[in-house]
Design a protein around this ligand. Structure first.
Ligand SMILES: Cc1ncc(COP(=O)(O)O)c(C=O)c1O
Length: 390
């Protein structure tokens, strides 16, 4: 069959080089999903290899309009110089190490840090001559005494995502910057909005967008926001050479997630406080580790530095609770599903009985909860029946 517009062309050519196009401008409220690896140019002179894509697109690996839109939106929210995207929160954490560490570098990270973050150093970078050491998350300005001439990076996580301690990030930043050392923060709990990382001096703010920005447990994505040119140059180079491509479809989901982040966070904060307050009154519960409660380590820092709280917190059951009884409690829950993540619409529960992140005295008795969008009264009834059955 011949091509009607170009009779000499074979239809197989028309399949690739069609001349029919719908009108291009489409003013929709929904984000446009631009997929694509190859970008084509009208003239060879336009084909400038500019990975930063500041005034032209060059190659899909460096971002399509959808990917760049998400980066710009996160940068706007966090007040960042720029936001790079990674295929997950863990990839974003790894990128920061690779941006700042060379053979011989020393890295400090809090003892309660997200375990896979520690594992990047322990299981990969130590083999490349990088030394990692942990510090007590309540160290504050005391971090100064732990910084060495070869220290390249200090990590913070606020709050610790299982044990919930809130570190004094500004004090850590002041001590690190006084010695010319950069500070990176896992800012996932704050969703980039409840804690202003850059106003508090941090150089690099990482989020697992998987959690609150995605918000529906259906995508994996990470962001790395940088404060200034120096951080931009380091992180940008690592991002480019590692080829950290992200899916435009996932970015479209995250852009949609951003539009409802405000209402979700407000609702989650209220429900979580209501449930945490109820648990605080239960005889089975020894401590509720929620940053908004005075008994949570770092509560005063949280009050000073944060504008709100999120949906994840932990409880420590009373002394007489054994690991087996805690497992019975977790297994008896119906609405709280057993799962490792947080920040979505479904309430989740997890007990980390083997985790070295948790003080050995609490390890067997600590249970982390993530509150979702179910009605709080139903979640309380679920906790009540499970406490009674366990
Ligand atoms: C505090 C924290 N940071 C980073 C991550 C990693 O995110 P992702 O699952 O997107 O790799 C997680 C995931 O659980 C997390 O809890």
């Amino acid at each position: 069959m011949a091509d009607a517009a170009s009779p000499s062309r074979h239809w197989r050519t028309t399949l690739i080089a069609s001349t029919r196009r719908p009108r291009q401008e489409f003013h929709s409220l929904a984000p446009s999903i631009h997929r694509g690896s190859t970008v084509v140019f009208d003239r060879l002179a336009d084909a400038v290899d500019d990975w930063q894509q500041t005034d032209r697109y060059t190659y899909g690996l460096y971002g399509t309009p959808t990917v760049l839109e998400l980066g710009l939106r996160i940068a706007e929210l966090e007040g960042a110089r720029h936001t790079f995207l990674a295929p997950g929160g863990q990839a974003a954490l790894a990128l920061v190490y690779l941006a700042y560490c060379r053979t011989g570098a020393h890295v400090l990270l809090p003892a309660n840090v997200y375990t896979p973050n520690l594992e990047i150093g322990r299981d990969l970078l130590t083999g490349l001559g990088v030394e990692i050491e942990t510090y007590d998350p309540s160290i504050g300005a005391g971090i100064g005494a732990r910084i060495r001439v070869d220290t390249a990076l200090v990590w913070c996580e606020s709050p610790g995502s299982i044990t919930m301690e809130v570190p004094d990030v500004p004090a850590i930043v002041a001590a690190a910057h006084a010695r010319g050392v950069a500070v990176a923060l896992d800012n996932t709990y704050a969703a980039g909005v409840l804690f202003d990382a850059f106003a508090h001096g941090v150089d690099v703010s990482v989020q697992a967008l998987t959690k609150y920005v995605g918000g529906h447990s259906d995508l994996l994505l990470g962001s790395i926001s940088v404060r200034d040119e120096a951080a931009y140059a380091r992180v940008g180079t690592a991002h480019r050479v590692l080829g950290m491509a992200v899916s435009p479809d996932d970015c479209g989901q995250a852009l949609r997630g951003l539009t409802t982040l405000g209402v979700r966070l407000a609702h989650l904060e209220r429900s979580t406080l209501q449930i945490a307050e109820w648990l605080r009154g239960r005889p089975e519960v020894a401590t509720v580790l929620h940053p908004a409660f005075p008994e949570c380590p770092g509560h005063a820092t949280w009050r000073r530095d944060f504008t709100g709280s999120a949906s994840v917190f932990s409880i420590v059951l009373a002394d007489e609770w054994t690991a087996e009884r805690v497992a019975r409690l977790v297994d008896a829950l119906r609405l709280f599903r057993i799962g490792f993540s947080w920040g979505g619409v479904t309430s989740l529960v997890m007990a980390y009985q083997g985790s070295s992140r948790i003080d050995a005295r609490l390890r067997d008795r600590l249970v982390r909860l993530n509150v979702g969008l179910e009605e709080p009264a139903d979640l309380i009834a679920d906790l009540q029946q499970a406490l009674e059955r366990a």
